[in-house]
Unconditional design. Structure first.
Length: 117
């Protein structure tokens, strides 16, 4: 799905697109739905130091998605370079596919019994 999104936005691109970033983005989209309140340890750079804070997954991944979306939008307005670019729209499409498809993968699955022993 990520590759299809990239091709849709960049149909005339002669630069080959390789990698698994669209698939990884799909996993992030599924995580966004399945574990929205999981805490993600995040390094935050402030001047020359890194501070570590825990952020909820929905906030961290939501911010990540917005960065991908706006970077993809700005890439449409610029000319591609011969060195290649980041496939921003593959990330956006993969993330969206993960969000949309994860419920279908859960159909028929039973929740595991919790053991309190």
């Amino acid at each position: 799905a990520g590759g299809l999104a990239h091709i849709y936005v960049n149909p005339a691109s002669a630069i080959p697109t390789i990698g698994a970033s669209g698939a990884i983005s799909g996993i992030l989209g599924a995580y966004f739905i399945l574990y929205p309140f999981a805490r993600i340890l995040t390094a935050v750079p402030i001047f020359f130091f890194f501070y570590f804070i825990k952020l909820p997954a929905f906030f961290f991944l939501g911010l990540w998605f917005l960065i991908q979306f706006f970077s993809g939008t700005s890439s449409i307005l610029t000319e591609p370079t011969s060195m290649g670019e980041v496939a921003w729209w593959a990330h956006v499409g993969g993330f969206a596919a993960g969000i949309i498809l994860v419920p279908f993968f859960l159909i028929g699955r039973k929740k595991p019994a919790r053991s309190f022993t």
